[in-house]
Design a protein around this ligand. Sequence first.
Ligand SMILES: Cc1cc2nc3c(=O)[nH]c(=O)nc-3n(C[C@H](O)[C@H](O)[C@H](O)COP(=O)(O)OP(=O)(O)OC[C@H]3O[C@@H](n4cnc5c(N)ncnc54)[C@H](O)[C@@H]3O)c2cc1C
Length: 501
Amino acid sequence: MTILAHRDYRTGELYDAEVVVIGTGAGGAVVGAELAEAGRDVLFLEEGGYHPTSSFNPYLAESLPRLYRDAGGTIIMGRPPIPYAEGRCVGGSTVVNGGMTWRPPEEVLAEWASITGQPDLGPKAMEPLFDRVEERIHAKPQHPSSVGEDSRLLEEGARRLGWRYERNHRAQDRCVGSNQCVTGCPTGAKQSTLLSYMPRALSTGARCLTEVRAHRLWIEGGRCVGVIGKAINPRTREEDIDVRVRAKAVVVSCGAVQTPFLLLGHRLGRPSRQVGKNFLCHPNAKVLATYPYDLYAWQGVNQGGQIREFRDEGILLAENAVPPGTVGAQVPFLGEEALDLMKRYNSMAMTGVLVEDSHAGRVTRSFGAPMAKYTITRYDHDRFLRGIRHLATLHFEMGADKVILPFSNFHVANSVDDLAQIERSQRSRSTIELFTVHMMGTCRMGSTPRQSVVNLNGELWDLPGCYVADASLFPTAVGVNPQVTIMALATLVAQRLRLHN
Ligand SMILES: Cc1cc2nc3c(=O)[nH]c(=O)nc-3n(C[C@H](O)[C@H](O)[C@H](O)COP(=O)(O)OP(=O)(O)OC[C@H]3O[C@@H](n4cnc5c(N)ncnc54)[C@H](O)[C@@H]3O)c2cc1C
């Protein structure tokens, strides 16, 4: 198994491969493993380090800088500004994600087929791809014994209010619900690409250069022939050694922010004006409730199911238990008041509202760094207010003593009557507090260069030999957790790239 790190690189070294894949997350690991298993000589280039299961621990001060870009605190600029998190390690965001594996609703795939004019993206044609992915990541219903009290409470609340609740399918094999998904699964149950697709690729001879950031595509005679990057010293984060890889095909799988950022560093032709546009992000708002008894939400899987009653309006409601440090960073209080609330961590139910994007933002390059811009529309804002009110109502129905709301000017509701103030106090879009972990759409797939960045093989219209396989490919938002859709599209790109070359 060849996994190299900073200490292994020498200046001026040149690596050769048939296919170089930049990134090892949901898109990169899948496209690379599929190609390696088909007999291609694959080399991965990954900015983050290789951190095996035995190294994972729940201490945020250690885990966040090690596994996440910017320790999980990058910001999308707009109204309101939206913090986002993405993984930066072998396995990418799949190492730190919640493991949920929802297929997109059929109507989303039907829309993709219709927008692109390609039946291959429709629900029927995509089905074998989803089947293949789900088998490889062990996607299955979460076992009830690993579901915690907070999930049961949400399910019961939905039942009382007559709302549809669906139990999660997750990428896991014998998950015991230790609820440390966001700092890397300590038991190895969660089937991130670190444990599913990467071992498949590496055991068939693929190599992985870790701690190398790709800075430029290597272009010769109008064709992409490799990648130029720099090795990063993991202690100082200084970039010091040049690393070059020459290959017949380059697959960019850096995620929906870093992929357009890399491509925008080159003068590509007219069609590439689409690069970075169509930035979608499923913004989320947190609703935290405290109960007069202990729920121990940290015992049991981070999310047992989702309330799907409002899916037609593009609103999903779910619980999402996170570590105390993450809650502490978001509570709207200081000093004693913050401490008093945090002392009640055991009696908290952490829940959230996800709203499907109704419009898109954009990723650009600014002073050598990616800049994502996105502002929620009035329509999205209204849906957030409705979703937050629904969740708060459920909590009071279930006996919560207070609900902490995600508004900078209205923090606490003590009873269901207080919720009437939401509409009155939330006229501005600037006072809502959002975050996200689902970035998508910035190099969308399509059938014409005017509307898309890559063709239906995943290859850039403008740059032969350069492919994209990650969340950037989505023509529209999926409205559900995106990882299996990314993996299915990456499988498709691998199948087509194999036929293509
Ligand atoms: C906390 C969290 C919880 C989530 N929960 C869920 C969930 O439950 N279910 C679900 O479906 N989705 C979930 N997601 C989202 C899902 O994990 C992502 O949508 C998915 O992993 C994105 O895949 P990707 O291949 O586009 O990017 P990533 O998986 O982020 O992989 C990109 C990789 O590229 C590397 N990279 C970036 N730039 C460079 C460069 N220049 N050079 C070299 N390497 C580079 C990165 O280090 C990273 O490893 C969650 C995400 C997070 C962060």
